[in-house]
Design a protein around this ligand. Structure first.
Ligand code: F6P
Length: 548
């Protein structure tokens, strides 16, 4: 538990930033543009295949310079170096944090020579298995090629590959269909199995621990289904697994050669780069998976070596700090203008909120400021017709990230052009708003009676100054998706160092898990004398009545 740093609020520059926030709160974003015609040049950065346009943030050059000072004052550089050296920066679990080692190219020795060797060996095994399944050389118990791959996992063992397979759908032709089942109630599994042919179905149990209730339960149900259809002997040839828990894989009957390793230095929400990504590798093929890793590594190198001024993850993280801690914007809406990225905000929810949803610092003392934003979002155009009204005129305010590929993910550039226009239109409208004079002039042109005109004006005013970042890229391809995920991972690290918290543990989640294991027998058999809190007992009475 030796890791420490200087939390942002204890630095001198924090107070200066507070003063600048007060100053800028009085300046609409529109005015910032009017004052500085070079605002785009000043606040946009093109690096590592991504263009980040921060010009619609409610900040100026003074604030940006102070935020860069803040990164130094909290020791961001030292923490990055410690992470890359494999120091145990996840202090409460006493673990190294080396997802960057998973995407290294041969010879990079990230995490040390031994870790590099282990990573390469396991990557080769996993990719050869994935290619075998994809091409049909690895076959089922009836010698049939697999047509359906069902990943059974939850949290980081589901969200990463599920999001990425969807995002890279354009690269999946010729591959078996991949489904991702996570929920405990069994309904999604039932839906997937309804049309599944057991002879051509491969299950992948993805669980670092192999103890997670949801995954255990769904895996057991899938196993029961398979053995009822094809017999117990068929089970090993239809079940692969990714886990650190060998005894559990033995007990379950996973084929000895279809098991892939995980390591305690890979957090669940950082694990898509490991063999947890095997379903992604099956879907997009080995070379595309390597390109995905390559994109992540490119962003790693950029983050590790680039001065803050040009450092995309650091800037994205510092923009978040500015919005959360100084602009009082506790939520971030993530809005992809590419339907293939429709699971991206769900993915980011775990990455950001499980990492930085903390209230104590590394030394166990209470944090001195707000931590993680609440992350939410939907594909942009859909969101425009649902919750954008609140973004424009609601009293709750949010910061926004627009994700924008220039090229269509499905070859329909004409329609992607409209998505691009929509994204720019919303970013502009939300930044600049529409003031009363403009509304008045508009209404006057419609020759409305004066009383009606006056009554309408306040309803049509859009205050603007909703800050946003546009993250633009050429195309949602494997390398770019790798860069995007790594961008957000390192932005999360940046924020955690400013707040002085451990971004790599998740103790809060454990409490609910423990209680659920205790309560499950009481729900199953309310009269069985199993312990449950009094308030739950009352609910159980109704459960019992309505279940009959
Ligand atoms: O939700 C808590 C958590 O531990 C996540 O961090 C993790 O991604 C998920 O559960 C699944 O864990 P496992 O891979 O061990 O089943």
């Amino acid at each position: 538990m030796a890791m420490s740093n200087t939390p942002g609020p204890t630095t001198g520059v924090w107070a200066e930033l507070t003063a600048h926030a007060t100053r800028l709160a009085a300046v609409p974003v529109r005015e910032l543009f009017e004052r500085d015609p070079k605002r785009f040049e000043r606040f946009s950065r093109e690096q590592a295949g991504l263009l980040l346009d921060f010009s619609r943030q409610r900040w100026d050059e003074i604030v940006l310079a102070k935020l860069l000072q803040l990164a130094d004052a909290v020791g961001l550089r030292a923490r990055i170096d410690a992470m890359w050296r494999g120091e145990h920066i996840n202090t409460t679990e006493d673990r190294a944090v080396l997802h960057v080692a998973l995407r290294q190219p041969p010879g990079a020795a990230i995490g040390g020579a031994d870790i590099e060797k282990t990573v390469m060996t396991e990557r080769t095994r996993m990719l050869s298995f994935a290619q075998g399944v994809r091409s049909g050389t690895i076959r089922s118990s009836t010698q049939a090629p697999f047509r359906l791959v069902v990943n059974i996992g939850i949290g980081g063992s589901d969200l990463g590959p599920a999001m990425a397979v969807q995002a890279l759908r354009a690269y999946t032709s010729g591959a078996p269909r991949c489904e991702f089942v996570s929920n405990i109630d069994g309904c999604h599994l039932a839906e997937v199995l309804e049309s599944a042919d057991p002879q051509t179905t491969l299950f992948i149990v993805s669980s670092k621990t192999f103890t997670t209730l949801e995954t255990r339960t769904n895996a057991n149900s899938a196993r029961a289904w398979l053995s009822a259809k094809l017999g117990e002997k068929a089970v090993p040839l239809h079940f692969a697994a990714v886990s650190v828990n060998t005894p559990a894989m033995d007990k379950f009957g996973v084929h000895p050669q279809y098991r892939f390793q995980m390591w305690d230095w890979v957090g669940g929400r950082y694990s898509v780069w490991s063999s947890i990504g095997v379903s992604l590798a099956i879907a997009i093929g080995a070379q595309n998976f390597v390109d995905f890793l390559g994109g992540g590594h490119e962003m790693d190198e950029h983050f590790r070596t680039t001065p803050w001024q040009e450092n995309l993850p650091a800037l994205l993280g510092l923009a978040a700090v500015w919005n959360i801690n100084f602009m009082n914007l506790p939520t971030l809406a993530v809005l992809p203008y590419d339907d293939s990225l429709r699971r991206f905000s769900a993915y980011l929810q775990q990455l950001e909120m499980e990492s930085n949803g903390k209230s104590v610092m590394l030394d166990g003392k209470p944090v001195q400021c707000q931590t993680s934003a609440v992350i939410w979002g939907e594909p942009g155009n859909n969101a425009q017709h649902s919750f954008f009204q609140l973004l424009h005129q609601g009293s709750a305010r949010a910061a926004l990230d627009f994700l924008l590929p220039v090229r269509s993910s499905c070859g329909n550039q004409a329609q992607q052009n409209l998505a691009i226009a929509s994204c720019f239109a919303q970013a502009e409208a939300l930044a600049n708003g529409q003031f009363a004079e403009v509304v008045r002039a508009d209404l006057e042109r419609q020759n409305l009676p004066p009383a009606q005109l006056e009554a309408l004006i306040p309803h049509k005013v859009d205050p603007g100054s909703r800050p946003s970042t546009i993250v633009m890229f050429r195309q949602t391809d494997p390398a770019t998706l790798g860069r995007l995920i790594a961008l957000y991972e390192h932005a999360v690290l940046t924020q955690s160092v400013v707040w002085g918290i451990d971004a790599f543990d998740q103790w809060g989640v454990e409490l609910g898990k423990k209680l659920c294991e205790q309560l499950a027998p009481a729900v199953e058999d309310p009269d069985g004398g199993h312990p449950a809190p009094a308030a739950v007992m009352k609910l159980l009475a109704t459960v019992e009545k309505w279940r009959r």
